[in-house]
Design a protein around this ligand. Structure first.
Ligand code: FAD
Length: 462
């Protein structure tokens, strides 16, 4: 007598793990199938010589609470650490760093005198941003690109020096193509409700206080480890890539790449969209094509650990952004050891450079050594790096950052409609309903809730 899995979850990143955890708590039998021998997908924490090195994500955005709630539920409350002050972000302009006036990234300056003193923006640029409350509210409710929104409400200079590098840094993307409604819904909501970003922020009681980000003391992989520890080992199948999904009676047959298959009444597909497209190709070519239409940008993170005295810049902030007009390949750099505690040994600092993205898709062809030397060479004059790093590490992500482009929400609704013909099949994960860990966690919980509502909490036997 063998246990027949009722639910197959394909993909053991944070979205698949969360779905598994929620199903387990609901008493619904499942099998979680992961291609790699390592759980966690893009969440990858490493260590070297006392440095804590995050290859993928390194922080949980405080305003999106699902990731934090999951950490607390997993008993990691005491391990959550907030990002530290100062939270200054620098922007490179003609080779010099300028602090971004506080609050501007949220839509309006928090400190008007500091904004007026800033040398990052020209006087005409500041004046144009100051006119933002007078710009008529857009009324048609249609989606638009982030670039169009910035040009319309804040002007071209705000786009070039703020919107563009911010989006390249966070999403490795191009604001001319990225959807405002799905990537920065807070900004479209402020305009819709109050007619202006500054009025909207003021009516909300100003800028949100408290830490901007959280992370886990021993790295974000703590979250993954805690989830895996709570799941019954018999339900976990790592090192098992899924090849295809086909219909089998009123359920599905999950075909494994190295032979064999599983039968499942429900399938939660929690793999990156391009992989999902391959897996679904034999089931539904239209859905497969839809998934393939979500662009994924390649990126690399380059970690550089230095002795404190070998970095001239005070690193008094969360990091720096490099607008494309500067002609460099590095798009951004986090001052990791300032942003979070417990990342470096005494007397050291840690930088994390980003390179690649939709604008520089060839970057990964530089190879690890080329990526490392490019980022190190470009940051040297900017931060005053005076000696070689004591620790280096490069993580490459060929399909790292999903790009939710304009019209994404409408296309997502069309996909959901199409999926109605495949009862018991749920698609989750980065690039569908969000791009960060909190979105992936929310997606995993939602999928588990849907499935648990349809599945008896008792294993069937064959
Ligand atoms: C460099 C970088 C920095 C980031 N920074 C942040 C950040 O600071 N904060 C934040 O919130 N988010 C950040 N993100 C985004 C975040 O990492 C993702 O949103 C999240 O990890 C996605 O989780 P997921 O489960 O959807 O996908 P994944 O983590 O990609 O998991 C998918 C899983 O599916 C598995 N798989 C693939 N193919 C198969 C197959 N054929 N069969 C079975 N399994 C398969 C993979 O091995 C993987 O484990 C960052 C991402 C990157 C790359």
């Amino acid at each position: 007598m063998t246990m027949k899995p009722e639910v197959a979850i394909i993909g053991g990143g944070i979205s698949g793990l969360t779905a598994a955890y929620a199903l387990d708590r609901a008493g619904v039998p499942f099998t979680l199938i992961e291609a790699s021998s390592r759980w966690g997908g893009r969440i990858l924490t490493d260590h070297a010589q006392g440095f804590l090195l995050e290859g993928g994500p390194d922080s949980l955005f405080a305003q999106k609470t699902k990731g934090l709630e999951l950490c607390r539920e997993l008993g990691l409350e005491d391990h959550l650490i907030p990002s530290r002050e100062p939270r200054t972000v620098y922007v490179l302009k003609r080779g010099r760093l300028h602090a971004l006036p506080p609050g501007l990234a949220a839509g309006a300056p928090q400190d008007v005198p500091a904004f007026l003193r800033s040398r990052l923006f020209s006087w005409p640029g500041k004046l144009r941003m100051g006119l933002e409350p007078l710009v008529p509210r857009r009324r048609d409710g249609a989606d638009e690109s982030i670039a169009t929104f910035f040009r319309r409400r804040l002007g071209r200079e705000a786009l070039a020096l703020l919107g563009d590098p911010l989006l390249a840094g966070i999403h490795a993307g191009d604001p001319e193509r990225l959807s405002l409604g799905t990537n920065m819904p807070v900004l479209s909501d402020l305009e819709r409700r109050s007619g202006s970003l500054s009025r909207g922020l003021a009516s909300r009681g100003g800028h949100a206080g408290g830490p901007l980000f959280y992370t886990l003391r021993k790295g974000l992989h703590e979250m993954v480890d805690a989830l895996v520890r709570r799941l019954p080992p018999a339900r976990l199948r790592a090192g098992t890539p899924v090849h295809a999904l086909v219909r089998d009676g009123d359920g599905y047959e999950v075909q494994l790449e190295h032979g064999g298959s599983l039968r499942a009444g429900h399938v939660i597909l929690a793999v990156p969209a391009p992989v999902g497209s391959r897996i679904l190709a034999s089931l539904d070519l239209d859905t497969a094509a839809w998934l393939l239409s979500i662009p994924f940008a390649p990126t690399a993170t380059v970690l550089l650990g230095y002795r404190r005295e070998d970095v001239t810049h005070p690193l008094d902030g969360h990091g720096l952004l490099i607008p494309r007009g500067e002609g460099l390949r590095t798009t951004a750099c986090s001052f990791v050891s300032t942003k979070f505690a417990y990342r470096v040994p005494e007397g050291h600092v840690l930088l994390r450079g980003f390179i690649g993205g939709v604008r520089d898709p060839e970057a990964l062809s530089l190879g690890e050594q080329g990526l490392l030397s490019t980022v190190e060479r470009e940051l040297t004059p900017i931060l005053g790096l005076r000696a070689a790093p004591v620790v280096t590490r490069v993580f490459t992500w060929p399909q790292s950052m999903p790009q939710m482009e304009t019209g994404h929400r409408e296309r997502m609704a069309a996909l959901d409609h199409r999926l109605e013909q495949w009862p018991g099949l749920t698609l989750i994960g980065a690039g569908l309903r969000g791009t960060g860990i909190p979105d992936a966690v929310a997606d995993g919980l939602r999928a588990a809730e849907q499935v648990a509502g349809r599945t008896p909490a008792v294993a069937s036997m064959t």
